[in-house]
Design a protein around this ligand. Structure first.
Ligand SMILES: CC(C)(COP(=O)(O)OP(=O)(O)OC[C@H]1O[C@@H](n2cnc3c(N)ncnc32)[C@H](O)[C@@H]1OP(=O)(O)O)[C@@H](O)C(=O)NCCC(=O)NCCS
Length: 192
């Protein structure tokens, strides 16, 4: 003997496959229509941007009643969708009428918001892809996006989905102590 204690079961036991504890299951990502139960998590994502960034030119968080109104105004042809894993809502997006006039009913404006801790991992791409697909299926003519001109992530996201810049509003929005240019991008849907 060389001083080593032989392992129980000897050489052949060491070759037997070991049983590992089962890997913790990660709930699959699902994209679905939003419902009232999602509003608190949607508001938590949106309020961050309303209060602390120029990603949106909105400046006032919505109270729960205003959130419910917002969802109710998104009727069948103006969907709100969410990305969820289990009970965790990690991103959402919507299509809204670009203008309240009837002539503009088939031109929609999109919004896409990803929870801060989940950015840069393709969720925005998934949400916008689904919005483009639905806009085409719902018979809309084009989608517009109004993006503060320094929001590189949103500009790239929209460019990736075939949106092209069609205009620039110069210093049209004042937020967090300074003026912002707003880029307008558009994606036509006749090819879908
Ligand atoms: C803009 C936003 C929706 C993008 O979602 P995301 O899940 O982080 O983006 P993705 O991982 O799908 O990446 C989409 C594109 O943006 C780019 N991107 C992502 N984060 C970026 C960053 N911080 N800076 C520069 N580009 C970035 C990616 O490289 C990718 O471009 P590519 O396809 O050319 O490589 C997300 O950052 C967000 O919620 N921002 C705050 C809210 C907002 O700005 N909404 C849009 C209002 S118009």
């Amino acid at each position: 003997m060389h001083g080593r204690t032989p392992r129980a079961g000897g050489f052949f036991a060491a070759l037997r496959p070991r049983s590992h504890p089962p890997a913790p299951s990660v709930p699959a990502l699902e994209i679905r229509d939003a419902c009232e139960a999602d509003l608190a998590q949607i508001a938590a994502i949106w309020d961050h941007e309303v209060l602390g960034s120029d990603a949106t030119t909105d400046t006032e968080p919505r109270n729960p009643a205003a959130q419910r109104d917002w969802l109710a105004r998104h009727t069948e042809i103006y969907p709100v969708i969410v990305a969820v894993t289990g009970h965790d809502l990690v991103a959402y997006g919507s299509l809204s009428p670009y203008q309240p006039k009837p002539a503009f009913a088939r031109t929609v404006e999109d919004s896409v918001y990803v929870r801060r801790d989940r950015r840069g991992a393709g969720l925005g791409t998934m949400i916008l892809g689904e919005l483009v697909r639905r806009a085409g299926a719902l018979g809309h003519r084009s989608i517009l996006a109004r993006i503060t001109a320094k929001n590189t992530a949103s500009l790239r996201l929209h460019a990736r989905h075939g949106f092209r810049p069609i205009g620039l509003e110069r210093e049209s929005a004042f937020k967090l102590g300074r003026w912002h240019d707003v880029t307008i991008m558009q994606r036509h849907l006749d090819a879908i």
